[in-house]
Design a protein around this ligand. Structure first.
Ligand code: GRF
Length: 227
């Protein structure tokens, strides 16, 4: 896996909610923009998640595994592993999936689970990253794609997009602008992984053939930004 070119990467996406990130991934898949990655199955722990309809519209199998019907986290995770294996999944993508994964699940897909979080980690992990950013009055927040480990939003960071938070701006517009960046960032990072240009080496993220970002985002913007 590490750094190799893979011809095809079967992807399983875990969801719990509206699935706008799933939609961005499905759209990228349809346009063959996932670098050989293909979404084979969508798993939702919530029976009414809007994400299930999105999968259906894209003709991708969607499986509901209701966590409430399992006595403990292990048995729930075991069923998820069974379904993911049934679809040959080798890369697990968490797109708004609101459950913690057990060490058993993590060890089944080592270095092959990624998550997106709506804040610049390690700032504001856990629920409502956008609301936490607003409460703290930070002027720049954003989103992070990271490999998943046993901590909460604590795994090695792969890529981040910074989004300005305007003074006096509420949570909702910030959330929307962060979400728009999530939809750009997530499919691209999945493509890098499927192309073998990003991989996890121990607890370090390795990269190959990626460009270096330039410039700086200043918020509020400077009056004399050309200096
Ligand atoms: C996103 O903000 C994502 O960063 C977080 O959960 C939200 C999911 O939104 N993990 P959606 O279901 O993709 O619309």
């Amino acid at each position: 896996m590490k750094g190799e070119d893979l011809t095809e990467t079967p992807i399983g996406v875990l969801v719990s909610g509206s699935g706008t990130n799933l939609q961005a991934l499905l759209d990228a898949d349809r346009q063959h923009l996932l670098g050989g990655g293909t979404i084979k199955v969508v798993v939702s722990n919530r029976p009414k998640a809007q994400a299930i309809e999105r999968a259906g519209r894209a003709n991708v199998p969607a499986v509901v595994i209701n966590h409430k019907k399992f006595p403990d986290r292990e048995s729930f995770d075991r069923e998820m592993i069974r379904v993911l294996e049934e679809h040959g999944v080798s890369l697990v993508v968490l797109a708004g999936f609101m459950r913690l994964l057990t060490p058993m699940f993590l060890s089944r897909f080592p270095g092959r689970i990624v998550n997106i979080h709506p804040a610049l980690l390690p700032s504001f992990p856990g629920v409502d990253g956008q609301g936490q950013a607003v409460s703290h009055g930070v002027r720049i927040s954003g989103c992070t794609v990271h490999f998943v480990n046993a901590g909460v939003d604590a795994g090695p960071v792969i890529a981040q997009a910074a989004v300005p938070h305007l003074p006096d701006e509420g949570r909702e517009p910030l959330q929307q602008r962060i979400l728009a960046q999530e939809h750009r960032l997530f499919p691209e990072v999945i493509r890098w992984i499927c192309e073998g240009r990003v991989w996890l080496d121990g607890d370090r993220v390795r990269y190959r053939n990626l460009q270096a970002a330039e410039g700086a985002l200043v918020s509020p913007p400077l009056d004399f930004d050309s200096r």
